[in-house]
Structure formats: C-alpha cells, structure tokens
Design a protein around this ligand. Structure first.
Ligand SMILES: CC(C)(COP(=O)(O)OP(=O)(O)OC[C@H]1O[C@@H](n2cnc3c(N)ncnc32)[C@H](O)[C@@H]1OP(=O)(O)O)[C@@H](O)C(=O)NCCC(=O)NCCS
Length: 147
C-alpha cells in the first residue's frame, strides 16, 4: 500500500483514473454517467471605456447554475453603475440557468451591492477562507421572476 503525493494538477494516469471511474460513480449517485454534464463553461466580461478596462467579471455555467466567481470595478470608477451592468450581462448570458449564485464576505459593501440587485443569502459559511465569515447568495427562478 502506498499513497503518492505531488503538487499541481493531476497527471495523465490520475486523469485517466477519474475518466474511467466517474461515469459509473455518477450513474450510482445521479442515474446518469455523461461526463460532459460536469463541464463548466467559463466566460469573461470586461467593461471598457476608451480601450481601458474599468471593471471585469468571471463566471461559469454548469448543470443549470450560473456562478459569478469574480467581479471587480477599479476604485476610481465605483458607484457609477459599472458593477450592476456587469451583473446584468452575467444574468442575461445565464438566462437558461435555473439559479445564479456567488460567494462574498459577510456583512460587507459587496453583500449590500448584491442584495440591491436581488440576491438573497442562502447560507453563511462561518470562519471560512482567511478565517472570516462568507455568505453564499443566490438569485433563483423565484427572485428572477422566471416562474
Ligand atoms: C462590489 C463592486 C463590484 C460594485 O461595483 P460598482 O460599480 O461600484 O457598483 P454600482 O455602481 O453598479 O452599484 C449599484 C448599487 O449597488 C449598491 N452598492 C454598490 N456599492 C456599494 C457599497 N460600497 N455599499 C453599499 N451599497 C453599494 C448601491 O445600491 C448601488 O446603487 P447606487 O450607487 O445608486 O446607490 C465594487 O464595489 C468592487 O469592485 N468592490 C471591490 C471588489 C469586491 O468586493 N468584489 C465583490 C467580491 S465577491
């Protein structure tokens, strides 16, 4: 018996192990085995003026969830509606998703920003990354008025 450890992404043998074994495990758990259903579709958004990026956002879509992983507006250009425009573009691109989600630090200005845009807290992640509380926020079919 040996447990090998190395840093970095999985090597070819390990990738092949996952490829060979996940379909059966997924069939046991979910009743289907298509690995493509786990593929995240990544998108980058930039807000630009005169060729300069003033704000940017990254998100992915998978399994009916649109997840906003980063959003940042440069300090000199905040409170001009740039962040809200980026979120609107994210939501438009994810219009087929049943849920939009993100994580931000709890009781923060950014939580207020997302609340203003209709996102509601779904769970608090206590003493999480960097030892602080985070909040997982969602905007689902109800909040989007899609159903
Ligand atoms: C959060 C962030 C992206 C918002 O971008 P922005 O362009 O300044 O936001 P908008 O101008 O579109 O704001 C829309 C509304 O959200 C609310 N809002 C925005 N910033 C806020 C703040 N600091 N405090 C309270 N409410 C805020 C306001 O209601 C605002 O409308 P108003 O200006 O008419 O009152 C920006 O502050 C930022 O980049 N912060 C640092 C990075 C960060 O925290 N990212 C999110 C972490 S996951």
């Amino acid at each position: 018996m040996v447990i090998n450890m190395r840093s970095g992404p999985p090597d070819v043998r390990c990738r092949r192990f996952f490829q060979d074994n996940w379909p059966q495990a997924n069939r046991e758990i979910f009743g289907w085995g298509e690995q493509e259903r786990w593929q995240k579709k990544y998108t980058v958004l930039t807000y630009e003026e005169n060729g300069e990026i003033l704000g940017a956002a990254l998100f992915w879509q998978m399994g009916g969830v649109g997840y906003l992983s980063q959003i940042l507006v440069s300090a000199a250009h905040r409170r001009r509606g740039i962040g809200a425009r980026l979120v609107t573009a994210f939501e438009r691109e994810c219009s087929a998703c049943h849920k939009l989600a993100l994580k931000t630090y709890k009781d923060s200005p950014s939580q207020q920003f997302f609340a203003r845009l209709g996102y509601v807290p779904e769970a608090v992640l206590e003493v999480d990354i960097h030892g602080i509380d985070w909040v997982y926020m969602r905007k689902g079919e109800r909040e989007c008025g899609r159903k």
